[in-house]
Design a protein around this ligand. Sequence first.
Ligand code: NAP
Length: 291
Amino acid sequence: MTATVLDGRKLSGQIERELKQRVARIRASTGGRIPVLATILVGDDPASATYVRMKRNACERVGMGSLRVLLPEETTTDELLAEIDRLNADPRVHGILLQHPVPAQIHERACFDRISTRKDVDGVTAHGFGLMAMGAPAYGAATPAGIMKLLKHYRVPLEGRTAAVVGRSPILGKPMAMMLLNANATVTICHSRTRDLPGIVRAADIVVGAVGRREFIRADWIADNAVVIDAGYHPGPVGDVELSAVVHRCAAYTPVPGGVGPMTIVTLIAQTVESAERDAAGSGPAPANER
Ligand code: NAP
């Protein structure tokens, strides 16, 4: 059996080409304005710095601008909130990315929630999550929204199918589960207190690994013909699923690297372009829902 490779690198490249044209149209219709993503990096964690750099490089590839905000490790919650207020009020900025995680002394949830819904292109606010979960227009959290784009592109059927999402973080597992539910899958959300995880995964048509532990989801938990989405990101070519032992008998899978990662970045960029289009058209804050 030959599994379909859900090729995030290829699809994100195609989407970037379309985005480049959309950016050019915004520029032409607004007398030279371009979409701008503000990136906030607090502290000097090298992995976070790399993620922010990758996102800024993607902005550059499609002709967008990015505004870099670097804050020291000892930044307080109030200082970060003040920075977010400034970016919310800056008419040049269409989207705000606050790179997760922030240093421990900062109240991350309060800072995420300070981002204006209009500029929440990374889909991190509780308000945006609530709207998305209710099926109302909102930018989705970038990683699960990117996964949904990939599933749609490869026409993976979701309606009526069982899905096991392993992980329930606010930026990944929970919004992933809601998006799959909105697409009429029957979803089980698993976490560190779940009993019989192998049994739940075995019963799933679609398995999403969002645990943050290398190859934690074992190949022998996964049913033949399942669709395997591996969101895990670790040094070296492994994710959260023991993929090498399952690729020959699953229906489809996201490769690591080159699956979920590029889709996350392109979704963030696409949602910023959409925000800029809405701004240029003078339309209200409601973005299109990604489902
Ligand atoms: P996280 O915030 O650490 O959440 C991990 C989740 O896994 C938690 O909900 C936790 O359950 C659950 N978990 C931990 N141990 C478990 C166990 N033994 N059994 C079942 N569930 C368990 O991580 P995250 O931010 O969601 O990220 C998850 C993975 O995705 C990481 O590898 C990360 O690098 C990757 N990621 C990739 C991208 C990308 O663009 N490619 C973006 C974001 C994240 P509890 O809630 O019970 O603690």
